[in-house]
Design a binder for this molecule. Structure first.
Ligand SMILES: Cc1cc2nc3c(=O)[nH]c(=O)nc-3n(C[C@H](O)[C@H](O)[C@H](O)COP(=O)(O)OP(=O)(O)OC[C@H]3O[C@@H](n4cnc5c(N)ncnc54)[C@H](O)[C@@H]3O)c2cc1C
Length: 277
């Protein structure tokens, strides 16, 4: 069982718990992006198993009115085993979702996976359109990628980037990454007429998105992680489209640990929970 200390960031260990979380989130006016925790599989079996678990989750969602979609990781669907395996398992999930009128986001992992991830996204965006991909503002290549993606169906989520790429492929200074985020966001509001997904908790980036929306008129949605600025998520949902990325599943520990390490407030929260027993 997930200890209460981790349940701030993780929706539960089972699909049933994830659906219950989605219901609670929907009741606060927020859509839910469900991610089964798992990554960097070096064999085919766990990739097939997670693809099957996503298809089962889509079957569960089909009988509900939940405002929910999926987000999958390429290395969870077998990219480290081979690009062909990833393509095959992703196709299974995307087709299953399309038949049930559901949307699938593809997370972006480290910079060595960008080409394979974008190629898979482009294929499904052209074929079906019920897919979105995450793009990292810290990568120097991103403006060019955005230009390529602008005219495709499907959606793009812009994030700052959670990995630690080398300086020849990425900006590493926080201020420069923020600047790159602002520039890419403007490119998207200018070119992505169908809408922009803003994946950030940063008030400065959210304010920039609102200004760009006023200037270009492009619709946008805000995406944040479960357990991060939850009050703000609810406040924003009063007059914006807000989606919460909610991970679930048995492999919760390393995800929880990452959240705790990334901010002092989260570490303090974890420590307080331990001390309070
Ligand atoms: C929905 C979603 C999906 C994502 N998917 C991917 C992905 O596929 N690939 C990838 O590489 N990365 C992904 N990320 C992570 C992303 O790249 C960043 O690492 C992460 O969002 C931190 O950057 P930030 O813009 O939120 O703000 P930061 O640069 O971390 O912080 C800037 C400011 O935001 C506010 N803030 C940030 N965190 C908190 C907090 N915990 N509590 C209170 N205030 C806070 C503070 O004011 C802070 O000064 C995703 C993020 C989100 C929200």
């Amino acid at each position: 069982m997930i200890p209460p200390i981790a349940s701030r960031f993780v929706a539960g260990e089972t699909a049933a718990a994830a659906l219950e979380h989605a219901r609670e989130t929907n009741d606060r006016g927020i859509g839910t992006i469900l991610n089964l925790l798992g990554e960097h599989y070096h064999e085919r079996d766990p990739a097939d198993a997670d693809a099957a678990a996503y298809c089962a989750l889509l079957d569960d969602l089909a009988g509900t009115d939940l405002r929910a979609c999926l987000s999958v990781k390429p290395s969870q669907l077998g990219l480290d085993v081979g690009e062909g395996v990833f393509r095959e398992t992703l196709a299974r999930v995307v087709e299953h979702a399309d038949e049930r009128d559901r949307f699938v986001w593809i997370d972006m992992e480290d910079h060595t996976t960008t080409d394979a991830t974008l190629a898979a996204f482009e294929h499904h965006a052209r074929e079906r359109g019920n897919v979105g991909v995450c793009v990292q503002a810290n990568l120097r290549r991103t403006p060019g990628d955005l230009d390529r993606l602008a005219d495709l169906p499907g959606k793009v989520r812009l994030v700052k980037g959670a990995y630690d790429p080398p300086a020849d492929v990425a900006y590493r200074d926080r201020k420069r990454v923020d600047e790159a985020y602002r520039e890419s966001l403007e490119r998207m509001f200018d070119r992505f007429d169908d809408g922009v997904a803003v994946g950030s908790h940063d008030p400065a980036m959210l304010a920039h998105a609102e200004r760009l929306h006023e200037e270009y008129g492009t619709p946008y949605e805000i995406q944040m992680l479960m357990g991060v600025r939850e009050d703000t998520q609810a406040d924003l949902a009063a007059d914006h489209e807000v989606w919460q990325y909610a991970p679930y599943g048995g492999k919760w520990f390393s995800y929880f640990y990452r959240r705790v390490l990334e901010r002092k407030e989260n570490a303090t929260f974890a420590l307080r929970a331990v001390l309070d027993g």
